[in-house]
Design a protein around this ligand. Structure first.
Ligand SMILES: Cc1cc2nc3c(=O)[nH]c(=O)nc-3n(C[C@H](O)[C@H](O)[C@H](O)COP(=O)(O)OP(=O)(O)OC[C@H]3O[C@@H](n4cnc5c(N)ncnc54)[C@H](O)[C@@H]3O)c2cc1C
Length: 323
């Protein structure tokens, strides 16, 4: 049975793994996180839930729509219109989906029946005989015929360099052009509902805050109200290394009309160094020149976002089986 190692258990890696499994491949996914899902992340604070990475996704390709249909049937996801008044969204009839129990539950559903090792940070890879040999920080060694790397491109490039693996100047330059915006995410557990008007989300075009959502109105936090605030890319860049507690309080205070200070119970902050890929490789993946199949993908390739990551993983699997 042919085998594949996949680095990264986000949407791209899990999708590639599922597709390769369907084709009869032996697949192992490695992720450095304590859990799976990458930027499809949900946190529990007190009795509340808050999505602090991806907020919702759309499905425009038939391949992703098939997966979405299954997830709808299994009640893992549901439809939610965050910007109900946006005529543009309705004009193109692009429904938005959210995880019923948060976005991370989507990743967990996709990972069913897959072999995924968490808390395994990959530190190097090389060709050893007729297979790839991947080494992790914990001392783990994994071997496979094909290697798929779905971590954000700057991290992938650092891994290539740390491994001392020779890639062509053209491949290196393709990976180097991919870039990401940072995002500071603030999660606030509340002791009473927020004052966000329905449908429970506001996107700001200017200022320090880019997005605020009421996770209760979104439907993922029935037991206790909570909001998620995403700082703008500029604010996140400028304040990335500042004291997180102070930043969390500062951003929450800016929304005092929507989340009065006496309703705030707990504030937590997460820094995403890589949030949305603003410069992407045009194709859904990059198959680099190497003695054995070596593919790079993720949301830095193709259309970006959750759906772009899905397409990247799906296409990577297709190319791997064709090699
Ligand atoms: C704040 C924020 C808001 C967003 N909002 C939206 C939205 O509303 N809609 C939307 O569609 N998209 C949104 N996105 C983008 C979306 O989350 C991503 O495009 C998508 O989830 C990326 O999936 P991926 O598989 O490419 O990467 P990731 O989800 O980042 O997965 C990569 C995985 O690789 C792992 N990893 C990294 N290095 C190593 C290593 N050395 N060894 C092992 N594992 C490693 C990481 O732990 C991670 O789990 C948002 C993202 C953020 C951060």
């Amino acid at each position: 049975m042919p085998s594949s190692l996949i680095i990264g258990a986000g949407m791209a890696g899990l999708t590639a793994a599922r597709e390769l499994r369907l084709q009869g491949w032996d697949v192992v996914v490695l992720d450095k996180g304590r859990g799976i899902g990458g930027r499809m992340a949900t946190r529990r604070i007190e009795q509340a839930r808050a999505d602090h990475g991806a907020q919702y996704f759309s499905a425009t390709t038939p391949e992703f729509q098939r997966v979405v249909q299954d997830l709808l049937t299994e009640k893992v996801i549901t439809q939610w219109e965050p910007e109900a008044d946006s005529p543009a969204d309705h004009a193109i009839e692009k429904p938005h989906y959210v995880g019923v129990d948060g976005m991370n539950a989507v990743a967990k559903a996709l990972a069913q029946d897959l072999i995924v090792h968490t808390t395994e940070t990959v530190i190097s890879f090389r060709v050893d005989g007729s297979q790839w040999l991947v080494e992790t920080e914990s001392g783990g060694h994994y071997r496979a015929d094909a290697l798929l790397i779905t971590i954000p491109a700057p991290q992938a490039l650092a891994l290539v360099e740390k491994s001392g693996f020779p890639i062509t100047t053209a491949d290196k330059s393709a990976l180097s052009t991919i870039s990401y915006q940072p995002c500071i995410a603030v999660m606030v557990a509340l002791n009473k509902p927020s004052r966000l008007p329905a449908p429970g989300a506001i996107r700001y075009e200017t200022g320090d805050i880019a997005w605020v959502v009421d996770n209760g109105q979104k439907g993922i936090s029935p037991a206790q109200p909570s909001v998620t605030i995403h700082a703008s890319a500029d604010f996140s860049q400028t304040h990335f290394d500042d004291d997180l507690n102070a930043i969390g309080r500062q951003l929450a205070d800016q929304l005092a009309n929507l989340i009065p200070s006496d309703s705030i119970s707990t504030i937590q902050v997460h820094r995403w160094r890589y949030s949305l890929a603003d410069q992407r490789h045009p194709a859904p993946f990059l198959a680099v020149e190497a003695p054995l199949p070596l593919l790079f993908g993720g949301d830095g390739f193709g259309d970006g976002n959750v759906e772009g990551a899905f397409t990247s993983g799906f296409q990577m699997a297709g190319r791997t089986t064709a090699l």
